[in-house]
Design a protein around this ligand. Structure first.
Ligand SMILES: *Cc1c(COP(=O)(O)O)cnc(C)c1O
Length: 380
């Protein structure tokens, strides 16, 4: 690979993370153990929430949240048509039916006005996704959930730092589920976290994540003495490793400095792209905090280049860009199962969007180069 190529979504890993991983290796405790417990505790302190379960991925966390609510065949779960496939796949894996709702064309988040029309007797839950880090309209969503007696699982993969009217994303509904995938705001390589106010449900999730074994089964090998473990149900293998938590503990300490760096880059993009035939992210809603996970732009009608041509051109110019996302109904597995007209804003956005690099690892020189290339490639 070209040395000058700007890789999309590169994590910023420091000496602290590296030393902590080495410490785990030297101690020989690699799997789920004390560092996972520490990371859960630190994450709860950051979010101001009472209970957490660290898992292998956000996808596993979404699936386990649905399982802990006993959602399965015959049930319907509502989510947005503009999200990563993992959100929708996790519903499919429980046997329930995903019901897709269109986005608001300004915020690119699920349109609460469209949710109620999709609620049936079978609807059990809503999974709002705080897209790109912008909070969903949680007042409207929680109102509908209460009115129709539905569970709410927030997909917070983009939303670690997100706040809505003074309340942190992931603390509104029954569960908040986070991702520490390599490109997310903080990373453990692969990893996820579920937070909740419900201790019993978090215990159930921890059990499901580790073969269905009784509480704290990982301690069976510690100096507290051997204890028998019992499978209380047929669980899965979705636990986080200490090697991953070792990275996460130090990433979490840096979350605000990463955020400031991304805010600076965001503002540079905002100023520089104002004159181009693109729609940039809407202004932040008052009394909210956007987590600045993705800087996505949408090509306007008058742009002289198509989105897919641009993807090739950016790459040729040494800049890794992303698409977040094709709408769910563009994927072969989901194609034909949904009505395109009813989801037109998501479809249209998905065909015209492109995400610029926003990693805190970018230098001023990188950002200037990206802006120069945008000016050169995107003309009206
Ligand atoms: C990344 C992502 C996920 C999945 O996260 P993993 O940790 O990779 O499983 C789920 N939902 C959204 C919106 C995402 O962006």
């Amino acid at each position: 690979m070209n040395d000058n190529f700007i890789v999309f979504g590169q994590p910023l890993i420091g000496r602290e993370e590296i030393d902590e991983v080495i410490d785990s290796m030297q101690k020989g405790w690699l799997g789920t153990g004390p560092k996972v417990a520490q990371f859960e505790k630190d994450f709860l302190a950051y979010k101001g929430a009472p209970y957490a379960a660290a898992v292998g991925s956000c996808t596993a966390g979404l699936f386990l949240s649905l399982k802990a609510l006993n959602i399965g065949p015959g049930d319907e779960v509502i989510t947005t048509a503009m999200t990563f496939v993992a959100t929708v796949n996790s519903i499919v894996h429980t046997g329930a039916t995903p019901v897709l709702v269109d986005i608001d064309p300004m915020s690119w988040n699920i349109d609460p006005n469209e949710i109620e029309r999709k609620i049936t007797k079978k609807t059990k839950a809503i999974i709002p996704v705080h897209f790109a880090g912008r909070p969903c309209d949680m007042d409207a969503i929680m109102y509908l959930a209460r009115k129709h007696n539905l569970y709410v699982i927030e997909d917070c993969a983009h939303a670690i730092e997100t706040e809505y009217k003074g309340k942190k994303a992931g603390t509104f509904g029954d569960f908040g589920v986070f991702s520490f995938y390599a490109t997310k705001n903080i990373t453990t390589g692969e990893g996820g976290m579920i937070i909740s106010n419900d201790e019993k449900k978090i215990d159930r999730i921890k059990r499901l994540a580790l073969h269905g074994l009784s509480r704290d089964a990982w301690k069976r090998f510690s100096d507290e003495g051997y204890q028998h473990y019992y499978a209380e149900e047929a669980g899965y293998k979705f636990n986080m490793m200490d090697l991953q938590a070792a990275i996460g503990i130090h990433q979490l300490k840096k979350i605000e400095s990463f955020y400031s760096r991304r805010l600076h880059i965001w503002q540079l993009y905002h100023e520089a792209l104002a004159a181009l035939p693109v729609t940039v992210p809407a202004a932040f809603e008052p009394d909210t905090r956007h987590a600045l996970h993705l800087y996505t732009i949408v090509l306007n009608e008058e742009a002289k280049v198509t989105r897919d041509e641009l993807l090739v051109k950016f790459t040729k110019n040494g800049i890794g860009v992303g698409v977040h996302y094709l709408s769910i109904l563009e994927h072969p597995f989901y194609r034909g199962k949904y009505n395109m007209q009813e989801l037109e804003h998501a479809v249209s956005y998905g065909r015209r969007t492109i995400s610029l690099p926003l990693s805190p690892k970018l230098t001023e020189e990188d950002v200037n180069r990206i802006i120069t290339v945008c000016n050169h490639l995107i003309t009206g």
